[in-house]
Design a protein around this ligand. Structure first.
Ligand SMILES: [Fe+2]
Length: 481
């Protein structure tokens, strides 16, 4: 493609510099060169193109004139530009109270049960039935191999005993994590102790939203590009950019791609882990983002692009993460079709509610729940949906910022739930929610070799919003699954 652009420019007495060439693709180069012709310049620099791109009317550039993108960003769930606290004890208290209130409300609505407070439960007589909603403060096994939970609500704390009677149920209940907010159907054993008959999870219902589109429309999902790493898969990523711009056929799919989600870890960052310096091709984080921008600016502008932060990005590590600052992505911030957001973030695409979260807190799930592994991230995603909480264990593997409003609770029911982080793609459905984890654009790191984790690379997951099916385009060997 580049040769074609250079040739066309020469025919119009223009020489395109290397940086300027990165901004041109087969959808924009003819129009841009036409405009540059009249400007009496010989060498075309990056700024010359940016000026024209900023001047142009967005409508006139549309790939498909009759197409209307239809999305709503639910800004209230994004931490970006919202005030958060300085980490006082009171702020932590508010964070947990908000989580308790949100999830207990879900539990109350879901089952229409009459729950009582822990304070009231303590005044009931032995053997009386009682239901409470509690946040797990401590969990341990007794000498007799029964599960003991200490749970809190705003009125007090009580001990719960879960007897090892029904093996299947008991195994499930053992997966209770500290800080989970759950419903407990119990009988009173003593003033400070209840026997649990059943644990009720907030969970998601089976009902779902209907897609509002009657035409095939794809969301392309990628993540973990890790630009700046020596292991960044430059060739494969460039191939993807050419492909999404329609340069290598498959127009019947490409024309239907209306949205692109990039689920965090845009760059490898600097100083993220010990000895990272030796693994970097670009050691300046600004330069890493500059190259990332170069790639993204090549993508045709009638795709709405949604970018969230990851743990390698230049934002604080603690969840919820705000959007990457303008100083790192100055050119992307000028684009109307590019939306730079925090993690987690929510967007409704053609009627389908979509939760996007990079995924750091899921490491707590991998570590604590039997059978969870990083090459099956969709299983961990299911566990957080059951708990309606992206921070099931405070601070175990991931830290959280104490803010008045807990943005890690899953307040809405996502039709689509997207993560990244483990460099291993996955797709499955839990009830009616599509669980999608993106693949990565970085080959196996030393850390992954040590852990025995094999990443899946250079795959684009394409979700069709009309019929809710998933396609995978593979740039590793140029094949489709
Ligand atoms: Fe990553």
């Amino acid at each position: 493609m580049n040769q074609e652009i250079i040739k066309y420019a020469r025919e119009n007495n223009l020489i395109i510099t290397e940086k300027a060439l990165r901004l041109l693709n087969n959808y924009n180069y003819k129009k841009i060169i036409e405009k540059l012709k009249g400007k009496e310049i010989l060498f075309v620099k990056e700024n010359d193109i940016l000026k024209i791109q900023n001047e142009k009317n967005q409508k006139e550039e549309n790939f498909e004139e009759n197409f209307e993108n239809n999305f709503i960003i639910l800004d209230k769930y994004d931490i970006t530009n919202k005030n958060y606290s300085q980490g006082s004890v009171e702020d932590f208290h508010k964070l947990f109270i908000d989580k308790y209130n949100t999830i207990s409300q879900i539990l109350k609505n879901r089952l229409n049960c009459e729950y009582t407070t822990i304070e009231n439960a303590k005044n009931l007589i032995k053997n009386q039935k009682v239901d409470i909603i509690g946040m797990v403060y401590e969990k341990r096994m007794s000498k007799n191999e029964n599960l003991i939970l200490d749970v809190d609500d705003p009125t007090g704390r009580i001990k719960l005993v879960i007897l090892n009677k029904d093996e299947e149920k008991f195994e499930k209940y053992k997966q209770t994590l500290t800080d989970n907010v759950l419903g407990f159907k119990c009988n009173v054993l003593s003033k400070d102790m209840l026997i649990v008959n059943e644990i009720i999870y907030p969970d998601i219902p089976l009902e779902k939203n209907k897609s509002t589109t009657t035409i095939d429309k794809y969301i392309a999902i990628i993540g973990d590009t890790h630009v700046g790493s020596k292991l960044f898969l430059e060739k494969e990523f460039a191939k993807f950019i050419d492909w999404i711009n329609g340069e290598n056929g498959q127009k019947e799919i490409i024309e239907k791609i209306k949205y692109l989600i990039i689920a965090g870890d845009l760059v490898d960052g600097v100083g993220i882990y010990p000895d990272q310096y030796d693994e970097l091709a670009i050691t300046d984080v600004f330069k890493q983002y500059e190259l990332f921008e170069d790639y993204i600016l090549k993508i045709r502008e009638n795709i709405e692009i949604f970018i969230i932060s990851g743990n390698h990005d230049a934002v604080r590590l603690s969840d919820p993460q705000p959007a990457i600052d303008k100083k790192y992505l100055p050119r992307l911030y000028t684009k109307k079709n590019i939306h730079i957001m925090g993690s987690p973030s929510w967007v409704i695409f053609d009627g389908l509610k979509t939760l996007m979260y990079h995924g750091a807190s899921l490491h707590g799930i991998y570590a604590e729940i039997k059978g969870m592994q990083m090459d099956k991230p969709d299983l961990a995603m299911k566990e957080v949906l059951i708990r309606r909480d992206l921070m099931p264990q405070y601070g175990h593997r991931q830290t959280f910022v104490p803010i008045e409003k807990n943005l890690m609770t899953i307040n809405e029911i996502p039709d689509i739930f997207i993560t990244a982080d483990v460099h291993h793609h996955a797709y499955s459905k839990y009830k009616n929610t599509h669980l999608i984890c993106s693949s990565c654009w970085q080959s196996t790191t030393k850390y992954q070799i040590e852990k025995g984790h094999v990443p899946t690379i250079a795959k684009v997951l394409l979700f069709n919003l009309k019929d809710e099916t998933l396609l995978i385009k593979d740039f590793e060997e140029d094949k489709n699954e």
